[in-house]
Design a protein around this ligand. Structure first.
Ligand code: B12
Length: 308
């Protein structure tokens, strides 16, 4: 790896490196760095005032991991998935993620719930989801792929997490106003955990919402929109192969008088978000919930951010 980034043309460290500097430091062509960002959203770079990419320390770490994963012979898309799991390894919440995984290994739902409760008391619901629950689910996916766990363990862990989210939602106070946010998956997507998680966050923060189930058809979506006249509709899709159908869901509600939002792995790369109607919610529950609440202010007259 070259260390040719020297001399007076170097960008000050706190502003991040330029793409040429990052490329030289990592030994990865600039065109490849651009393509990783466009295709896999990895990393989301900062932009200078002139619109040029700037690579922070954290971005360089992600890119170094990506380069090393690809060097092991993986396809770039698989390497990008793996990098997300590796980044979770560096998380300050690692001990809690490990405790959830240990509970999953022992098939002990109370052990998992105790860890989630501790994190909830300490960090609040949205942060617990971003820092512990979603990384643990990614880890389960990675364990399953590598044969470290079987499908029964994956299903057990998913069921415990979904049960816990359902309880959070049921115990939430009544909504602060009659306005609803509708949360749905794409018509061919069975991954409901993302909408259940966001639904729990919105409900505990006082926003009324309805979570439609897996594989929400265009027909069910239209029926729910006409029955509830929501202030906003959120479509989450995990499967990149089914992105088109998720976009059709968004298009189908675009005539209604409501805001549209979308997110999920199918929309992770900036390229996949081109010409999609609606606002992209990003990767984290904390920001997604606050984006919705800022856009739908009437739904939350008494909103106060969670602790943590
Ligand atoms: C649990 C699970 C299932 C469960 C879902 C149960 C349920 N009710 O949700 C079941 C068993 C049904 C399932 C089925 C399948 N699954 Co699955 N599944 C998973 C697993 C292990 C966890 C999913 C999850 O909830 N993750 C937590 C999410 C929220 O985190 P994330 O995916 O990293 O999401 C990030 C962003 O996209 C974004 N995000 C995602 N959702 C949301 C939502 C909101 C509101 C916000 C703000 C952000 C956000 O934030 C995250 C942080 O970066 C993942 C592994 C993984 N890496 O996640 C695979 C995974 C999603 N599944 C996958 C696949 C391929 C399948 C199957 C096709 C398997 C098969 N051969 O049958 C089927 C598809 C069925 C269908 N038609 O949908 C792939 C998807 C690959 C892809 N991108 O296309 C994954 C990634 C596993 C893998 N590495 O191959 N699955």
């Amino acid at each position: 790896m070259g260390d040719a980034v020297t001399g007076s043309d170097r960008t000050p460290r706190d502003q991040g490196l330029r793409i040429r500097e990052a490329s030289e430091l990592l030994g990865v062509p600039a065109v490849t760095l651009r393509s990783w960002e466009l295709r896999y959203g990895l990393p989301m770079t900062l932009r200078s005032d002139g619109g040029h990419r700037r690579y922070t320390e954290a971005a360089l770490i992600q890119l170094g991991l990506m380069r090393d994963e690809i060097a092991t012979g993986q396809q770039a898309s698989d390497a990008a998935q793996r990098v997300r799991v590796l980044l979770d390894e560096l998380s300050p919440a690692r001990a809690r993620i490990d405790a959830v995984m240990a509970g999953s290994d022992r098939r002990d739902s109370s052990e998992i719930e105790a860890v989630l409760q501790e994190s909830l008391d300490d960090r609040g619901l949205a942060a617990t989801l971003d820092e512990v629950v979603l990384p643990a689910m990614r880890q389960i996916g990675s364990w399953w792929e590598s044969g470290r766990c079987d499908v029964a363990q994956e299903q057990f862990t998913t069921a415990v997490v979904r049960g816990w989210l359902a309880r959070m939602t049921t115990l939430a106070p009544p909504a602060a106003s009659g306005q609803q946010v509708l949360l749905a998956t794409g018509p061919r997507d069975m991954h409901t955990l993302g909408i259940e998680a966001l639904g729990a966050v919105l409900r505990t923060q006082g926003t009324g919402c309805r979570v439609l189930g897996a594989r929400t058809s265009l027909r069910d979506l239209a029926a729910a929109v006409s029955a509830t006249e929501p202030a906003a509709v959120v479509i989450v899709s995990h499967l990149s192969t089914q992105r088109r159908s998720a976009i059709e869901s968004l298009i189908s509600v675009s005539h209604a008088e409501c805001l549209t939002f979308y997110c999920g792995n199918a929309f992770l790369s900036p390229r996949s978000r081109q010409q999609v109607p609606g606002v992209y919610l990003g990767e984290r529950m904390v920001e997604a919930a606050s984006l919705i609440q800022r856009a739908v202010p009437l739904a939350l007259p008494s909103y106060a951010p969670e602790a943590g």
